[in-house]
Design a binder for this molecule. Structure first.
Ligand SMILES: NC(=O)c1ccc[n+]([C@@H]2O[C@H](COP(=O)([O-])OP(=O)(O)OC[C@H]3O[C@@H](n4cnc5c(N)ncnc54)[C@H](O)[C@@H]3O)[C@@H](O)[C@H]2O)c1
Ligand SMILES: C[C@@H](O)[C@H](N)C(=O)O
Length: 342
């Protein structure tokens, strides 16, 4: 089978590799669509993300869906021909975090396309059946692949305890911010404000149901929030840009007693935070890391039409054009690129 392997920064090699055999509890999936995530681009550009360093050739891609072509002897939940989405992180199932159900915090997780674990820019992947989810007939494998970033959005909203009637500010209108917007709407948020520094991204957020968009490179956010919330501040801020000024501004726009959820990864490890603001206003500042138990919800939201990911994908390219696809994925106005397999 063919696989696109990152051998060093900016260098993909198309390799012919043996097709994997599914273990007894695994399914073999012929990959149909794989999204290009910002983290894939980061590995491509820099060969590392923090402590995760690409030391051996690595297959990227973790937003994957396709069709089951074979099942291991013990698998009863899926069969050949099922179209499926693959949850890319498989935890150890034994540690205290796994036992508590917070398996996204498992220190021994095998996460696709995170060194040293290969990802899904390959024709076939063998994957545990219980982290592989059947797609209803009317949900495409493109949508199945987008269950991954949608899961990040769902988890962030769960962390923020977004409720019916809430006013939510989503900072950053990249794929994650846009899918936080969708998940917040599905959770019942009635007013969603979205910020970015790129007008095209904000126009897209507008089309996708944002009540108000603010280009924070051109306008002050605080007066807009004051106007929209009668001076109270928003109930929940979900920071999905990772930009330091945006992270800092979260405390200025959340209401007293509100929640700030940090999803974006700041390039600087430390960002000054006003502790008095947090204490005096009794703010909950929470991290949100990947997701747990979100794939069934993501698939249901897509199947019911409660979340529409149509239009999120700017381009689709084949494995042969993986280099071009990674160049294009870095254009500021591009939201999502997809590698597709015939
Ligand atoms: N916590 C997690 O589990 C998790 C999972 C996936 C991604 N992430 C992180 O979430 C962030 C968003 O991911 P993405 O793929 O959408 O990234 P992206 O780079 O595509 O989108 C970020 C958006 O933020 C905008 N932006 C830049 N400066 C801004 C500012 N000051 N205010 C508001 N918006 C600003 C950019 O124009 C862009 O549209 C990244 O930091 C990524 O690393 C975290
Ligand atoms: C969660 C996933 O989308 C993210 N890019 C990660 O590798 O953690």
């Amino acid at each position: 089978m063919r696989a696109a392997v990152l051998t060093e920064p900016h260098e993909f090699r198309l390799e012919d590799r043996p097709r994997p055999d599914p273990a007894v509890d695994e399914v073999l999936v012929a990959i149909g669509d794989v999204g290009i995530c910002g983290s894939d681009v980061h590995y491509y550009e820099h060969g590392r993300i923090g402590d995760y360093v690409v030391e051996e050739p690595l297959v990227l891609g973790h937003e994957a869906a396709g069709e089951v072509v074979a099942v291991g002897d013990d698998v009863t939940s899926l069969e050949a021909g099922d179209r499926v989405a693959l949850e890319p992180g498989v935890p150890c199932r034994r540690c205290a975090h796994c036992k508590r159900g917070e398996y996204n915090l498992c220190p021994d997780v095998t996460f696709m396309a995170t060194p040293p674990h290969d990802g899904a820019f390959a024709e076939f992947v063998a994957w545990p059946a219980d982290f592989t989810y059947r797609l209803p007939d009317h949900v495409s494998t493109t949508e199945g692949a987008l269950c991954e970033p949608l899961s990040v959005g769902i988890h962030a909203c769960r962390r923020g305890e977004v409720e019916t009637g809430d006013t939510v500010l989503v900072a950053g209108a990249g794929p994650i911010g846009l899918l936080v917007l969708a998940a917040a709407r599905a959770a019942g948020a009635t007013d969603v404000l979205v910020t970015d520094v790129v007008d095209e991204k904000l126009a897209f957020a507008d089309e996708r149901g944002a009540d108000r968009t603010v280009n924070v490179a051109e306008a002050d956010l605080e007066p807009v929030v004051t106007e929209c919330t009668d001076g109270e501040g928003v109930d929940v801020v979900i920071e999905a840009s990772g930009a330091e000024p945006s992270i800092r501004s979260t405390l200025d726009v959340v209401r007293r007693g509100g929640v700030v959820v940090l999803v974006g990864l700041a390039s600087e490890a430390t960002v000054p935070f006003d502790v008095l603001d947090v204490v005096d206003n009794e703010l909950d500042v929470r991290g949100s890391f990947r997701y747990e138990n979100t794939y069934p919800a993501a698939i249901d939201l897509l199947a019911d039409g409660a979340v529409d990911v149509g239009g999120l994908v700017d381009f689709e390219m084949g494995l042969d054009d993986v280099d071009d696809a990674f160049q294009r994925a870095q254009e500021p106005a591009v939201v999502k690129g997809m590698i597709t397999f015939e």
